[in-house]
Design a binder for this molecule. Sequence first.
Ligand SMILES: Nc1ncnc2c1ncn2[C@@H]1O[C@H](COP(=O)(O)OP(=O)(O)OP(=O)(O)O)[C@@H](O)[C@H]1O
Ligand SMILES: [Mg+2]
Length: 271
Amino acid sequence: MDEREGSGMKVAVSGKGGVGKTTVAGTLARIFSRKGFKVLAIDADPNANLGLTLGVPLDQAKTVIPVSENAALIEEKTGVKPESYGGVFRLSFSVGDVIDRFGVQTLDGVTLLVMGVVRSAGQGCMCPANALVRALIRHLIVRREEVVVLDMEAGTEHLGRRTAEHVNVMLIISDANRKSLETAKNIYALSREMGVEQAFIVGNKVLNPFEEGVIKEYCADNGLFLLTLIPYDEEIRKNDVKGEALDLSKASSGLTAIKTLSERLLSTSLE
Ligand SMILES: Nc1ncnc2c1ncn2[C@@H]1O[C@H](COP(=O)(O)OP(=O)(O)OP(=O)(O)O)[C@@H](O)[C@H]1O
Ligand SMILES: [Mg+2]
């Protein structure tokens, strides 16, 4: 089956540090799962904490071995040990079993795969761990009714490693701060260069009409597609302070906006 034909979504969530990538990625994953989609959430941030947003208890989250640090798996797939830089290793291998073997079942039926740090010797490094991670993302066939959500590392540096090359939607989160917006603009341009089909800006932690105006104006001036605005929401903040997943049955302004975001993504991506 052609990956694009009747395919579902592979969404990468990116943006400057602390803008709300993990909150949006995790909550979106849960909402899609509740809508009946089969959802795979990939933690592609070396500082992995998507598990908490998905309701994985901290003790359990701590025991998960990231795929990129699983030496036995890397050797099994690529034929070489993880530390063999520059050596010859297999580039084609099956990855379908990795999710079944290493995915963690979480709240609302979302499967979590912790990718971990890819310690590269340089940009676009072809060390075995990186080959495994890239193969995973490339070969994930997302069928109709299936969604993959990637929680990315902050900033733009990692995009040089092209982890996001094979996603079809780049969701770029930004608050109203100028630096966040500048980073968002850079990621938007990089997404285009990588050939990502759709890139959208999501304004987050919007405190007031002034901040709303700043984000809207910046996007309009720079030709960036603004998909949704998520208000600053104490409920979201409170849950993170407690280290718990958001209660999806409790209405709040932020949750309502993330639900709207999920609808917009479905209507723009799954014609
Ligand atoms: N809409 C919102 N309203 C209030 N607080 C929010 C909102 N979105 C995110 N936050 C808070 O902002 C903080 C950072 O959020 P989060 O961890 O999702 O960001 P991140 O971009 O993934 O950060 P990092 O770059 O460290 O991975 C958290 O304390 C979270 O609760
Ligand atoms: Mg994060």
